[in-house]
Write a protein that binds this ligand. Structure first.
Ligand code: GLA
Ligand code: ZN
Length: 674
């Protein structure tokens, strides 16, 4: 992650906002950080108003003091650029920084992540601030990373964005004829005569009268999603360049948010020196759901370790029910992040604020202000442990033989679609497949459609609705050469612009899958067909494809309705490999059984044989591997170790066949020589 000789252990700390506090309190913070074994603080996340009180005045005095203090106290710094919330003067003097919402409402000053990404004023002043910060603090050798802005996101539909959208389209499509073609504007006579006719697709135009998700012209809305993600990425990139001018060796990141729909993070990952992200599961999230987010984030940069930039030590303020993390859970979830590739464990926030919406958000230092809290004690204990673990894990990687394709364009296009069913949910479908692998302790990588697939034995691409130019060819080669490929209902329908590929679904994938889908039946919530596979009955719901075999073998068929007897599960031998098609949504049990069977056939083994409720992952480098055992279950369990090794947390050594006790929420990291 932070590949630098400045970092010799799993960094431990998080967002620290001393600027919100009187200076008398800072020394006490330093004392408490030491007690908690904190070694990194993310500074300056929301300080723009203080740093730049007007257009021409900058004031770094307070930040200077903070920087000196944290350096004198041996802390590393993750240095933010403060540009996630613009100052009030900017909104007053340059109203173009204010966003326009999907419904056409022009925002006023307030909230955060509130700047129009195409506002000339925002771009000018954000870059200027980033540059000034880099220039001023470049000689602080305790800065381990730049943290640009904060949780970029949202959308803007203002006039600046509209103008910039036209330019973006012109660059992409060159002529108005091509634009009309890819948007299929002959439908409803929406033909554009000039790029000036283009307006942003929102409630005032093509997304009028829909549910805020669907749209009249999917291709227009899709291009706007791409454009919006690119526009915000451009804001990140110009700040990136600004800080690199002065500090070329300090890695740069911005904190991402897992499966966050508006931004195409695979594209973003290319411009980040390392991935960092903020993990805030809901209290009822199950372990595989959280694991999937970590794996997705790790996938954004080809599997490189990432930073856990934020998590709450105890409670979040913004869920409907802000349930406390039970004793041991903060530690368990911290190690879960590390188990999936995190090289840092960081929190939001170090000290609980006294006002506004995050005053009831968990913190290392609570309102009581002392070290005498359960949460502080748990944090200090974990800090001590991480110190003990040292640097060994840093940089180690996950090696997976199974991959899941994740594609933001597919996510957008699938859900923009007017028909066939609002129950089609891209992330849920992906999660169902991920869960089947993860709960069998099989390592999974997430890959984009641009990735090389050849190192995987199994590639799963749920809801590959949009089969982009060239991706079918990649899959074709992959399967021909012996790979196993699996895709599902609602796949292969359209090309990159959401234009249907003629000649039958699943379009470009037909030959690989050896099938042809004639119709698809969207079943309302609660309704299901069924099928029997290897003696077990499973449900078929959401969308049931009515398909014909064209070379593939039917593995199971529908049991009822007018398409009773038609195939629902198929396998096609193609070259040296095989391609599977799952024609309907089914149950967790089905995914587990079916994927488990394919993995077994391919020799893709669970990383360890463990009792239910225990999650096992492996990170490794050339010399050693680390087997992570995480007990998410409600009881203590015994795990039989299959290879000799030493638990780097407890120091206990085990021989193959020994039994190891994992307490409730217990964790072991068994280091094994290769
Ligand atoms: C996000 C932000 C933080 C804070 C936390 C609260 O992750 O980056 O500034 O608002 O949420 O959960
Ligand atoms: Zn805008």
């Amino acid at each position: 992650m932070i590949e630098s000789n400045k970092v010799q252990k799993i960094l431990y700390g998080g967002d620290y906002n001393p600027e919100q506090w009187p200076e008398e309190i800072w020394e006490e913070d330093m004392r408490l950080f030491k007690l908690a074994h904190i070694d990194v603080v993310t500074l300056n996340v929301f300080s723009w108003a203080a740093l730049q009180p007007d257009e021409d005045t900058y004031n770094f005095e307070r930040l200077d003091k903070i920087m000196e203090m944290v350096r004198d106290n041996g802390l590393k710094v993750c240095m933010a650029t403060s540009t996630a919330a613009h100052p009030a003067w900017m909104a007053r003097k340059h109203p173009d920084v204010l966003r326009v919402e999907h419904n056409g409402m022009k925002r006023k000053f307030g909230s955060r992540h509130n700047s129009c990404p195409n506002s000339p004023a925002y771009r000018k002043y954000s870059v200027a601030l980033a540059e000034k910060l880099a220039q001023r603090y470049k000689d602080y050798d305790n800065i381990v990373a730049w943290h640009i802005s904060n949780e970029y996101g949202g959308e803007c539909y203002c006039e600046n964005c509209e103008k910039a959208f036209r330019i973006w389209l012109k660059e992409k499509y060159k002529t108005i004829d091509e634009l009309n073609r890819v948007w299929n504007t002959a439908f409803w006579g929406h033909t554009m005569y000039d790029f000036e006719d283009v307006v942003v697709p929102n409630m005032l135009s093509e997304e009028f009268n829909w549910d805020g998700i669907r749209t009249n012209f999917q291709s227009i809305s899709l291009d706007y999603k791409r454009f919006n993600s690119d526009s915000i990425l451009e804001c990140y990139r110009i700040e990136y360049e600004a800080v690199k001018k002065y500090t070329p060796d300090i890695p740069v990141t911005t904190n991402l948010m897992g499966s966050y729909k508006p931004l195409d993070y695979f594209k973003w990952g290319k411009y980040m020196d390392f991935i960092s992200w903020d993990n805030y599961p809901a209290c009822d999230s199950y372990p595989a759901q959280v694991a999937m987010q970590h794996d997705l984030m790790r996938g954004l940069k080809g599997g490189k370790p990432f930073a856990l930039m934020e998590q709450t030590p105890s409670v979040s303020n913004w869920h409907i029910y802000c349930k406390l993390k039970r004793p041991g859970i903060m530690r368990l979830w911290s190690y879960q992040a590390v188990a999936h590739g995190a090289d840092t464990v960081m929190f939001f926030q170090m000290r609980r604020s006294i006002g506004a919406c995050e005053k009831y958000h968990g913190a290392v230092i609570d309102h009581v202000g002392t070290e005498n809290t359960r949460v502080f004690r748990e944090i200090a204990a974990l800090g001590e442990e991480l110190e003990g673990i040292g640097s060994e894990i840093l940089g180690s990687r996950t090696s997976a033989k199974a991959a899941i394709v994740f594609d933001w364009d597919n996510w957008w296009a699938t859900e923009y679609s007017a028909g066939p069913s609002r129950l089609i949910n891209y992330c849920s479908e992906i999660t169902a497949y991920y869960k089947a692998l993860s709960e069998q302790n099989i390592s999974v990588d997430f890959v984009s459609v641009e990735e090389d697939l050849s190192s995987y034995k199994l590639v799963i691409a749920p809801l590959l609705y949009m089969c982009k130019e060239g991706f079918d060819e990649k899959v074709r080669e992959y399967v021909k050469n012996g790979g196993r490929f699996l895709t599902t209902f609602f796949s292969g329908y359209v090309e990159d612009h959401d234009l249907v590929i003629l000649g039958g679904y699943p379009g470009r994938l037909k030959d690989i899958l050896g099938i042809w889908v004639e119709e698809s039946d969207a079943l309302p919530e609660g309704e299901a067909n069924s099928f029997i596979y290897k003696g077990k009955t499973y449900p078929a719901s959401v969308l049931c494809d009515l398909l014909h075999l064209q070379g593939a073998q039917g593995l199971a068929s529908y049991e009822s309705d007018f398409y009773e007897g038609m195939p629902v599960l198929t396998c096609n031998s193609f070259g040296k490999g095989k391609a599977y098609y799952v024609a309907a949504h089914s149950s967790d049990e089905f995914y587990k059984d079916f994927i488990g069977e394919i993995c077994e056939e391919l020799g893709i083994r669970p990383v360890a044989d463990v009792p239910a409720g225990v999650e096992a992952t492996v990170r490794e480098n050339e010399k050693v591997s680390f087997l992570f055992l995480l007990n998410h279950g409600a009881e203590a369990v015994q795990v039989v170790v299959d290879e000799a090794g030493t638990d780097i947390i407890s120091g206990s050594s085990y021989q193959a066949g020994d039994s190891l006790k994992l307490d409730k929420a217990g964790v072991a990291i068994i280091k094994r020589n290769k």
